[in-house]
Design a protein around this ligand. Structure first.
Ligand SMILES: NC(=O)c1ccc[n+]([C@@H]2O[C@H](COP(=O)([O-])OP(=O)(O)OC[C@H]3O[C@@H](n4cnc5c(N)ncnc54)[C@H](O)[C@@H]3O)[C@@H](O)[C@H]2O)c1
Length: 338
């Protein structure tokens, strides 16, 4: 029974990964300051798993607290989700993003070294590619200048991990570049809990269907795509969670100072309008939407080449876009009491 510390484990992807870890025989231990999540997530986890997940409430920039966790538990690996993630906010208060996202990784690496813990899986993002020159995007596709301070923190954190391994610290790293995680646990016990007006498409779609929002604005229908709206690679959060478990298994087989990077997406791109149509079909509800102007900072299209993650980790996504949208909708219905 290996103990895995999941920073930000009460968040959207972290909570689903906690479930995947338990199902694979690991024991997750959460640290979360609940800056972007709610304590009710812990009840949802308990309802799914039939037991509590050990949780430390606090900031993983607090080195003393992180050291206490490592002292009180034999930690075998870390999955570092904790970060501030609102792209728009990061352009207004960039220092919060540099401080939280980079600071927390530095603390984690320092304490891991102190306690001889080597394995870390890091949450990176396809945002590091910007608008890639080639599609589907490969892990070797050059990263572009970041469009936002948030995106820049992901690039910098990847570089920090590379430099730490290069210095022969002993660390072993997998960085997963997530494409667009959507969906929820099929039990509807946990899911995405956006605070305020959602910046992502799917919570906006489900909240509109539930009557919380009046309408969806599709930001631009004049892009060079099949229907003019932006294209993204939407991946079910449970498939993404599974990629973390497979990454830990992979890291256990590697030598010290090892770094690898994987795209985690389905390999398929869908337009915003296709997602809206698929949601209408799955939910049986008509969505009120309008076409608006392009949104600053949006890239036109991106989807993953997933050959590497499939061939190396033996990972394959199991859920379709429709499955993901059905689970997101069931989660919204539960939240809204529909
Ligand atoms: N959701 C996406 O679309 C997406 C895409 C690419 C990458 N990512 C990355 O994946 C990771 C997880 O994303 P998510 O969607 O689950 O986000 P989330 O906000 O739901 O989860 C992050 C969790 O970390 C916690 N947290 C933040 N700073 C903390 C700190 N200093 N100490 C302790 N806890 C802290 C928050 O309270 C939250 O529970 C993040 O690093 C994010 O940047 C997310």
């Amino acid at each position: 029974m290996k103990n895995i510390l999941i920073t930000g484990g009460a968040g959207y992807i972290g909570s689903h990964t906690a479930v995947a870890l338990v199902e694979s025989g690991y024991t997750p231990i959460i640290i979360d300051d609940f800056s972007n999540s709610e304590k009710s997530v812990l009840n949802g986890l308990k309802n799914i798993l039939g037991k509590d997940v050990k949780t430390y409430i606090g900031d993983c920039n607090d080195k003393g607290l992180v050291q206490t966790i490592f002292k009180e538990n034999k930690i075998d690996g870390v999955i570092h989700f904790a970060a501030s993630k609102a792209v728009g906010e990061s352009t207004k208060i960039p220092l919060k993003y540099y401080s939280n996202n980079i600071g927390s990784l530095l603390v984690m690496l320092e304490v891991m070294k102190e306690f001889g813990v080597k394995n870390i899986v890091f949450s990176s993002s396809c945002t590091v590619y910007g608008q890639p020159d080639e599609l589907p995007v490969l892990e070797t596709t050059p990263r572009k200048e970041a469009e936002s301070p948030y995106g820049n923190t992901k690039k910098i954190c990847e570089d920090i991990l590379h430099d730490d391994a290069k210095s022969k610290s002993g660390v072993k790293v997998v960085a997963l570049r997530y494409f667009n995680p959507i969906g929820a646990h099929p039990s509807a016990e946990i899911g995405e809990l956006p605070i305020g007006v959602p910046a992502n498409l799917i919570p906006f779609v489900t909240q509109t269907a539930a009557g919380i929002r009046e309408k969806i604005t599709v930001f631009g229908d004049d892009y060079d795509t099949k229907d003019g709206s932006c294209v993204r690679d939407y991946i079910h959060v449970l498939d993404l969670a599974d990629a973390h478990v497979k990454s830990l298994e992979y890291l256990e087989k590697q030598e010290d100072n090892f770094v690898d990077i994987f795209n985690v997406g389905t390999g398929n791109g869908n337009t915003v309008l296709e997602v809206i149509q698929a949601f209408e079909k799955v939910s049986g509800r008509n969505l009120n939407y309008e076409i608006g102007s392009r949104r600053a900072g949006d890239i036109e299209k991106v989807w993953a080449n997933t050959d590497k993650v499939k061939n190396t980790l033996g990972w394959d996504p199991k859920f379709s876009l429709e499955d993901s949208l059905r689970d997101s909708w069931n989660w919204q219905k539960k939240l809204s009491g529909i």
